[in-house]
Design a protein around this ligand. Structure first.
Ligand SMILES: NC(=O)c1ccc[n+]([C@@H]2O[C@H](COP(=O)([O-])OP(=O)(O)OC[C@H]3O[C@@H](n4cnc5c(N)ncnc54)[C@H](O)[C@@H]3O)[C@@H](O)[C@H]2O)c1
Length: 258
């Protein structure tokens, strides 16, 4: 039986590129999904899903603020006391030299990519602890292990979620709780068309063979989650960049995108 069969799985950003792959691949493996995104319409495609698993609920939730995240968590609690698996996948990006990115934009990014996932973990960890089981999957990025110039707030948020996850893993592993981080390289989703401030360089100008497909990234990620891997590097470029930062960090400047 699959690791996911019959498990309740809370997934944020389910209307997006990687979220969509997570939702369908996990349901095909028997998972019972609580799907959420800012707008319910982005989840419409799941209404007709008929496979092994099922949709437990679809919840509109904006995790860009403390109040929005609290409302979202109260709605999740109406569906389940505590999900078996939480996937903090929702995220945004921006491109621009740090001083050119308006304060309200990068503060919002920090909320969505780092603070709200921490709030979600803070809300459910006591229940997971008393149950003695749980799996938290936090979606970081290659920018969570190497710097992405032109994306300083994104880099900060993704390094932050990695460090946070590593700490709670050590705190909670004795309570049967697993924590995984996922570090994809550029993958073909809407996030590649994120807001730009003062720069015109496009990821579309990047060698296209290096851009990953969402389907492959998530297939590899799901296999690694099922084997309770802590540190997940889906796709060849993520693995090469991880090796480079360990063995020859000076070469990382060759991978400058913006
Ligand atoms: N695509 C890539 O190149 C790439 C690489 C590394 C990591 N990631 C990470 O993967 C995750 C998924 O991104 P994606 O590539 O699928 O992008 P995407 O833009 O397709 O999906 C992101 C989803 O997050 C949702 N979201 C944005 N703001 C929100 C908010 N305030 N409240 C709730 N939901 C919100 C969006 O509506 C969207 O559905 C993100 O955390 C991203 O940082 C993506």
């Amino acid at each position: 039986m699959s690791y996911f069969a019959g498990k309740s799985i809370l997934l944020t950003g389910a209307g997006g590129g990687l979220g969509g792959e997570f939702a369908t691949q996990l349901m095909d493996l028997g998972g019972e999904l609580i799907l959420s995104d800012v707008k319910l319409e982005s989840l419409d495609r799941y209404k007709s899903y008929s496979g092994r698993g099922r949709v437990l609920a679809m919840i509109a939730g904006d995790i860009g603020s403390k109040e929005g995240t609290e409302r979202f968590l109260a709605d999740v609690k109406k569906v389940t006391h505590c999900p078996d698996i939480i996937i903090n996948n929702a995220g945004i990006a921006q491109a621009g030299a740090f001083g050119d990115v308006p304060l309200d934009r990068w503060e919002k990014l920090m909320n969505i990519n780092l603070i709200s996932p921490m709030r979600i973990c803070h809300f459910f960890l006591p229940d997971m602890k008393s149950r003695g089981s749980g799996h938290i999957v936090n979606i970081s990025s290659v920018a969570g292990i190497v710097p992405l110039p032109g994306g300083a707030p994104y880099t900060a948020s993704k390094h932050g979620i990695k460090g946070f996850s590593d700490a709670i893993r050590l705190e909670y592993e004795k309570h049967g709780i697993h924590v995984s981080t996922v570090h994809p390289f550029f993958t073909r989703t809407a996030i590649l068309q994120s807001e730009r401030f003062g720069i015109n360089v496009n990821v579309e100008d990047y060698p296209q063979f290096l851009i990953e497909s969402p389907e492959n990234v998530i297939r590899e990620t799901i296999k690694a989650i099922a084997s309770k891997t802590d540190f997940i590097l889906p796709g060849p470029t993520a693995k090469v960049l991880d090796l480079t930062r360990r063995l020859a960090p000076g070469m990382l400047s060759l991978f400058k995108v913006f």
